[in-house]
Ligand binder design. Structure first.
Ligand code: TXA
Ligand code: MG
Length: 339
């Protein structure tokens, strides 16, 4: 890791304190940050993203921050998970302390907290309000788009000219994990136990190992999470998931129908594709490359991006979740292109 550009980080912290938006690298994806305790600053996030204001945002805290300032009725399980996984890609949903503005929680009585491990994010959080503030930050992309894993992706989303809603974009290289944090709801611990709102790098099995309970899947009354909408994380080119054994035949039929397709695959190269990317074999490697691959294949302006589907095993849960949402209408897309 390069040495930190402290002048840039300090300037960004001052911008946040003034109520401006700053894009920051994290180990999962780049975030679009604002002062979590300044409702006008948080409102700028919603405006920049084009995101409905009833969607809560995650509050990012400096290492060692006092979570008792942000949340109340914190269960013992939360402390154990924090000791084990923070700083890192785990967001905990807890009951919101009454003085925390509901702008960050979309009007719900909970708050999402996470301490990122990326050195630039940590340095920024230590500088901002002397480490006592919280930075509200959803992924730094337009609502529903693919999340950014490089500073260039953020520039591609928001531009760099004077019209950009961002005061600055901090550089931090390519995000190590590559998909958004695991979100675990502990705000209804007594009645519902731990609930996995979004799978990610930290798995349900790892959580169970620490707290002795397997997180449940969300029920209808679980706190809303926008990353849990269908049709999220999607490029503008339609995406279709295709099982490995059907890939060759699907490509042949698309070629015969005069369709242009790009492919994200793990096995043999695809001769007729206008663009293709061979992905790493491991779940971590695949997650690391996934969003950059979707963006690159989107740029090929194909009729469809075919993605070779992945094993259903637990270790692929985070990646499969994102792919399923990006490809929420695979069957419909393929039948339209082939009819
Ligand atoms: O890895 C990540 O979590 C990244 C980086 C920037 O930290 N952030 C991220 O933010 O993915 P976003 O806004 O794209 O997704 C945050 C998810 C949303 O689905 C949101 O609804 C949920 O977290 N969330 C935040 N606070 C919540 C709350 N109080 N209750 C329920 N869900 C919450
Ligand atoms: Mg997002």
């Amino acid at each position: 890791m390069q040495s930190l550009d402290m002048p840039a980080i300090q300037a960004a912290a001052r911008k946040l304190e003034e109520g401006a938006l700053v894009a920051l690298p994290t180990e999962t994806v780049y975030g679009l940050g604002a002062d979590a305790e300044n409702p006008e600053a948080v409102a700028k996030i919603y405006a920049a993203k084009g995101r409905p204001a009833n969607h809560p945002v995650i509050v990012h805290l400096a290492p060692g921050a006092d979570i008792g300032y942000w949340a109340i009725a914190i269960p013992a399980e939360a402390r154990k998970l924090i000791d084990t996984f923070w700083p890192g890609p785990l967001t905990l949903i807890l009951k919101r302390a009454p003085h925390i503005p509901d702008a960050v929680s979309g009007g719900q009585d909970s708050v999402g907290l996470r301490c990122p491990s990326h050195p630039v994010a940590q340095a920024l959080l230590r500088e901002f309000k002397s480490g006592k503030g919280g930075v509200a930050a959803p992924s730094a992309n337009k609502f529903g788009h693919v999340s950014p894993t490089t500073a260039q992706h953020v520039r591609d989303e928001f531009g760099t000219d004077e019209d950009s809603p961002l005061a600055c974009i901090l550089e931090g290289g390519q995000s190590e994990v590559g998909i958004e944090s695991t979100i675990l709801d502990l705000s209804r611990m007594a009645s519902h136990g731990p609930v996995l709102l979004r799978p990610g790098h930290i798995s349900a099995a790892q959580i169970e190992h620490v707290i002795g309970m397997h997180p449940r899947m969300p029920d209808a009354a679980a706190p809303r999470a926008s990353g849990t909408l269908e049709a999220h994380y999607a490029p503008s080119t339609p995406v279709a998931l295709v099982p490995p054994e059907e890939l060759a035949d699907t490509m042949k039929r698309l070629s015969n129908a005069g369709r242009r397709f790009a492919v994200i695959l793990r096995t043999q190269p695809a001769a007729a594709a206008i663009a293709q990317i061979a992905m790493p074999q491991s779940p971590d490697g695949y997650a690391h490359d996934l969003y950059a691959a979707l963006r690159a294949m989107d740029a090929a302006a194909a009729d469809v991006i075919l993605v070779e589907s992945l094993p259903a095993e637990d270790e692929w849960q985070g990646v499969n979740d994102r792919l399923r949402r990006a490809a929420h209408d695979s069957q419909g897309i393929l039948s339209r292109l082939l009819s």
